[in-house]
Design a protein around this ligand. Structure first.
Ligand code: BGC
Length: 710
């Protein structure tokens, strides 16, 4: 229902005042900023000072300054409308959680929601009303540096994680002073940039858009996400910032999005670079007519919109609709009632505990030839270029990384019991210097990784192999006859086709935030049982990209792409590690799947009935652990090519040793349907395979049938 209070307010605003609400500027402690606010020319401020796309340290937030600017907006501007302060609070504010790709590896939506609640409390207490997160772009290309900010390659996992993030940031009580507005980005298809080159072009058909890229946005709109940010990219010849079809017809009308759209950084002005607008005025006209509501920092709207309205090129009615959306969100998040920030005492201890559980649960044990966990009493050597590293554990977009509790892996090892059993082979000594140190141990832990600056925005790679010098280093240690444990601290999947040979165990630790080092050591010594599963396929070599599991069936048995039927001469076509893969220190056995009702009619499905498919998981090992049980669906014959398997449910369960649990998945219309060539959602009658297993390669399946009889 439209708010009459807001409609009334808009009626009394001049066109300049309206356009002011659509203008977001950067925070500066200057007279000019104060004057602009005073004149009603600012609707929002982005706290971006010194942050360049997430890899530089931001200035500390000056809450007094924010309150002073707010007071000017309220008391001295003609409209008295509060400002909304936005900041890229991505996976941490003070206490840093794992990078989002690692968070997805936890497959734990409840944990993610709690973590983002904690992040929101910290940010809100510093005056942030709005975060530019979560990023829900489907990422199939690990060369693309921004895959670290995503939840990986799968639409269902991304949707579930995205919804949890939105709930965490916004909470149930939008007006609470602990809640911040979320922003789903980057609508649409940004992760599909060709060659993994950030900001580049994308080619996405309507079929692929609806069945993959749009799904997470639909999910978060249903979760009432407050705002959406457009992608910098173009889709098949049309920059998103000027696409009325994508912004208005699909997002606002078809999906029913009620919040407002913010442009990505200067992406309205970039319509000139795309050469669809001859100048910034034309760019403003195109974006406004597409109903892109708020302009981030490029001043296209504030400089040109009033004139465009006067000239009849943008209607005042369109402007009113855009302003309505901005004021609606300001009102919904309590800015009219609580415009000022009162800093609160934050319970950092609680947030650190959440961060620790998160880093425990996101790390993925990729390989283990009976070497991990290691007993404290065993003599080991620890070495590698990331032994002393701290900053890189935090990844990109970790604005305030001086929380004072971040430790290196060596520091944590030194705090362990029996630490006199550990020798540290320090780098950068000469190789010859290291040999005497490691000579008397049979196990060497090698800590490897990449700098946080190699991933994130605008940081892409052509080669995602384990860096050559790191591979050579591990190889030399292996050739000495040692058992090697590789701890890999990377922001993206890397290609381990060659390197894997030189490790007896691999713990993929990602960049896992404030508590990363503690989790790594706890997993190595078995205090924590690893439970992460891959949210993105790991290729063998860079040349296999793109490789993702939910690829359509083609040729032969349909698995040639991801399975064994190779059509590369120089490499197997199977992934190095498939989607959903990850080992544990215990063993989970899956019973044969059962289905309560093997046949349903289309009408029954439309009336809300579901197939109830279940499996029993038994922990047959000697320790308790968590397992992510995954449910995939495969449509045997359809009018369009369908993926060989698609994730449609998952459940992360804790099971004591020797105990078992039954897991039931319900599959209904939503899980069995797809968008057809006309863009309509449909379920087609026929047979489906339902798979339940430990990763996407499972062949534990049951057949269900949808019949088309009345
Ligand atoms: C990024 C966005 C970010 C914005 C504001 C852009 O360069 O693409 O994800 O939210 O900057 O910092």
């Amino acid at each position: 229902m439209r708010s009459s209070k807001i409609i009334e307010k808009i009626k009394n605003m001049s066109i300049e005042e309206k356009v002011g609400q659509l203008n977001q500027i950067q925070l500066e402690d200057t007279k000019q900023v104060r004057d602009e606010i005073r004149r009603g020319r600012v609707g929002s401020i982005i706290l971006a000072d010194t942050a360049t796309a997430g890899n530089d340290k931001q200035k500390k937030i000056n809450v007094d300054l924010l309150n002073e600017l707010q007071r000017i907006a309220l008391e001295e501007s003609p409209t008295g409308i509060p400002l909304i302060f936005g900041r890229d609070v991505i996976h941490g504010h003070h206490i840093v959680m794992p990078i989002p790709l690692a968070e997805a590896a936890s497959f734990n939506t409840e944990l993610l929601e709690n973590a983002y609640r904690a992040v929101a409390e910290e940010a809100a207490s510093d005056g942030v009303h709005w975060t530019f997160s979560p990023m829900i772009d489907i990422s199939r290309d690990p060369r693309w540096g921004r895959c670290i900010e995503s939840f990986g390659e799968d639409p269902y996992l991304t949707s579930e994680m995205g919804k949890a993030a939105v709930c965490g940031f916004q909470s149930d009580d939008y007006k609470s002073t602990d809640s911040i507005a979320a922003c789903a980005k980057h609508y649409l298809g940004y992760g599909a940039v060709e060659g993994g080159r950030d900001y580049g072009k994308t080619e996405i058909s309507e079929y692929t858009m609806r069945n993959y890229y749009l799904k997470p946005f639909k999910a978060v709109v249903e979760e009432n996400v407050a705002t959406v940010m457009n992608s910098f990219s173009e889709i098949s010849g049309q920059p998103v910032a000027s696409s009325r079809y994508l912004l208005y017809d699909i997002l606002k009308t078809e999906l029913g999005f009620e919040g407002f759209i913010i442009s990505d950084w200067a992406s309205i002005a970039k319509l000139v670079n795309h050469r669809v607008a001859k100048d910034e005025k034309e760019a403003a006209m195109l974006a406004a007519n597409a109903e892109l509501d708020m302009d981030m920092v490029d001043r296209c709207y504030i400089e040109h919109l009033s004139e465009l309205v006067e000239e009849g090129k943008v209607s005042e009615e369109t402007i009113d609709k855009m302003v309505y959306r901005v004021l609606y969100i300001k009102d919904k998040f309590g800015l009219f009632e609580n415009p000022y920030t009162e800093q609160k005492k934050v319970n950092f201890e609680k947030h650190i505990a959440i961060a620790k559980q998160f880093s425990d649960e996101c790390m993925v044990l990729l390989k283990n030839n009976d070497i991990l966990p290691i007993k404290h009493s065993k003599r080991i050597a620890v070495t590698g270029p990331f032994l002393h590293e701290k900053r890189s554990h935090l990844g990109s977009w970790a604005p305030d990384y001086d929380a004072g509790i971040l430790k290196s892996i060596q520091e944590v090892f030194l705090e362990c019991e029996d630490n006199d059993k550990i020798v540290f082979a320090e780098l950068p000594y000469l190789w010859d210097d290291i040999i005497p140190t490691i000579r008397d141990v049979d196990t060497v832990v090698i800590v490897l990784g990449e700098s946080a600056k190699l991933s994130g925005e605008d940081n892409c790679l052509t080669n995602i192999d384990l860096p050559r010098e790191q591979l050579e280093f591990a190889k030399k240690i292996k050739l000495l006859g040692k058992k090697t444990v590789g701890v890999m601290c990377f922001g993206r999947p890397i290609a381990l086709g060659e390197a894997e040979l030189y490790f007896d165990a691999i713990l993929y630790a990602w960049q896992s935030g404030t508590c990363a080092a503690q989790s790594i050591v706890d997993i190595i010594y078995g205090k924590v049982n690893p439970s992460g599963k891959l949210p993105m396929t790991f290729p063998r070599v860079t040349g296999q990209i793109p490789i993702y599991y939910n690829y359509p069936s083609y040729f032969g048995n349909g698995m040639a792409y991801y399975g064994d039927g190779s059509n590369y001469w120089d490499c197997k076509s199977t992934p190095m590690y498939p989607f959903g893969y990850g080992l544990s220190y215990t063993n989970f056995e899956y019973s044969q799947i059962r289905c309560e009702n093997y046949i349903l009619t289309l009408d029954e499905l439309k009336n809300g009935e579901t197939f109830k498919v279940s499996v029993i998981i038994t922990n047959t090992g000697v320790r308790a652990g968590k397992e992510t049980v995954q449910c995939y669906v495969s449509d045997r014959v359809a009018s369009m090519t369908r993926p060989i398997k698609e994730l449609k449910g998952f459940s992360k369960v804790f099971i004591e040793k020797k105990a078992c649990k039954e897991i039931v998945f319900e599959l209904g219309l939503e899980e069995l349907g797809f968008y057809n060539r006309n863009g309509e959602f449909c379920v087609e009658a026929g047979e489906f395979d339902v798979f339940i297993g430990r990763d996407c390669m499972t062949d534990n399946k049951v057949k269900i049938t949808v019949m088309n009889i009345k």
